[in-house]
Design a protein around this ligand. Structure first.
Ligand SMILES: NC(=O)c1ccc[n+]([C@@H]2O[C@H](COP(=O)([O-])OP(=O)(O)OC[C@H]3O[C@@H](n4cnc5c(N)ncnc54)[C@H](OP(=O)(O)O)[C@@H]3O)[C@@H](O)[C@H]2O)c1
Length: 248
């Protein structure tokens, strides 16, 4: 028996990186997958094909997660195509790193809008469907940086810490309707987002992690699989660190 057989998941930002990894693991576990992207049109088409090859229904939607109206429209479209949404993974995110001294108002607003406001937008939009079903799992992608803070990432850390507060509040509000809401705080996961970084710096980070390696999208996806499936039926309001022991 596959762990997500019969379920429908909506995953934001799955054209690459961690989101793509989550979509693949969910599809392997029998889940139907609706996913979003913003600019990577060709990559999203490729992901749609790869997911469909697992014998499940998969569809990509070009939709800006930071836009409230677009999120409502997206959920309407997904419901038309898939009939329900059992799992929402709020994964889409960006960085605009720089020291506070150089950080512009736009750098701050953009990161908050895409990383944090998007989670409000999508959670609001799926809420009614999950309330009617009296069931649902919402998974929000935070970061160890949201737990600990990081020099040069005040905007990103604020957005990721905000996600943890939002997650706990939603868990408290919707728990009585059997809707669970948890956050994942990945550590250093090697994706296109981190490919931009200098290799020497990256090796230094790997060496400082107790498990002596960066994480993979699959490492994060497997934690999402647990939170999306009925294996975590009694888990809500938590922030699960997937960081190789980085903050320990
Ligand atoms: N990589 C890490 O080490 C790490 C660590 C902790 C947390 N995280 C978090 O994990 C999540 C995924 O990170 P990643 O490393 O996989 O990043 P990534 O490779 O850059 O992928 C980001 C994804 O988000 C999408 N996206 C960006 N802005 C969007 C928007 N406004 N609306 C809809 N989709 C949007 C992108 O789509 P397009 O390409 O089409 O624009 C892409 O599919 C992020 O929330 C990130 O903060 C990552």
């Amino acid at each position: 028996m596959k762990l997500l057989e019969g379920k429908v998941a909506l995953i934001t930002g799955a054209s690459k990186g961690i989101g793509k990894g989550i979509a693949e693991v969910f599809a392997q576990q029998g889940c139907q997958v609706a996913f979003t992207y913003l600019s990577s049109v060709a990559q999203a088409e490729e992901v749609e094909k790869e997911l469909s090859a697992y014998g499940i229904k998969a569809k990509g939607y070009r939709s800006d997660a930071s836009d409230f109206e677009a999120a409502q429209q997206l959920v309407d479209d997904v419901l038309k195509d898939f009939e329900t949404i059992d799992v929402l993974v709020n994964n889409a995110g960006i960085t605009k790193d720089t020291l506070l001294m150089r950080m512009t108002e736009e750098d701050f607003d953009k990161v908050i809008q895409i990383n944090l406001k998007s989670i409000f937008n999508l959670t609001k939009a799926v809420q009614r469907t999950m309330l009617k079903a009296r069931s649902g799992s919402i998974i929000n992608m935070s970061s160890v940086v949201g737990v600990k803070g990081n020099a040069g990432q005040a905007n990103y850390a604020a957005s990721k810490a905000g996600i943890i507060g939002f997650t706990k509040s939603v868990a408290l509000e919707l728990g009585s309707r059997n809707i669970r809401c948890n956050a994942i705080a990945p550590g250093f996961i090697e994706t296109e987002m981190t490919d931009k970084l200098d290799e020497k710096t990256v090796q230094g980070w790997r060496d400082a992690i107790p498990l002596k390696r960066g994480g993979s999208p699959e490492d994060v996806a497997n934690a999402c699989l647990f939170l999306a499936s009925n294996l975590s039926a009694y888990v809500t309001g938590q922030t699960l660190q997937v960081d190789g022991g980085m903050l320990t």
